[in-house]
Design a binder for this molecule. Structure first.
Ligand SMILES: [Zn+2]
Length: 153
């Protein structure tokens, strides 16, 4: 009998680390501590402290969008990023970081926005700069996903 496969997910409401079975539908996943939705199909807005925690504790891929409210291309990309989060639910965690309120943005080497940074187990594995469509975001993330996870055929 195979053990259930699960992954670690940080609740961005209370910071608790949850174990979510891989076969659990993403929209149904709630935090075991505070009951808030884990937002696995959403692009969650994080501050530096929560982002650090998410990067340290999340199993698998995290895609970060570094943006700012005054940045036109960032605002244009927002709906694409939101649909990519929905499409990639269960495959990658999508998060947003407002560069105006972040010191981590410069620690991460962001010089222009929007900046897209892809992490696996908290380490940067790829990055891109500039506006991307939902389709391109999804293709890009999936191109990295197959490297470590079992294909779902
Ligand atoms: Zn919680």
């Amino acid at each position: 009998m195979a053990a259930a496969v699960s992954r670690r997910v940080v609740c961005t409401s209370c910071g608790a680390v949850n174990r979510v079975p891989d076969d659990k539908p993403a929209p149904a996943a709630n935090c075991g501590r505070c009951s808030a939705s884990l937002g696995l199909d959403k692009a969650v807005e994080l501050d530096d402290a929560m982002l650090r925690k998410v990067l340290q504790k999340t199993t698998g891929l995290v895609l970060l969008d570094v943006w700012a409210p005054w940045c036109g291309p960032c605002r244009a990309m927002a709906p694409h990023f939101t649909s990519a989060a929905k499409a990639l639910a269960g495959e990658a965690r999508l998060a947003k970081l407002n560069a105006d309120h972040s010191q981590m943005a410069s620690e991460l080497g962001v010089s222009g926005i929007p900046a897209l940074i892809l992490f696996r187990e908290g380490r940067i594995i790829d990055r891109k700069a500039g506006l991307m469509s939902a389709d391109l975001l999804i293709q890009w993330v999936r191109g990295h996903a197959h490297l470590t996870t079992t294909p779902k055929f």
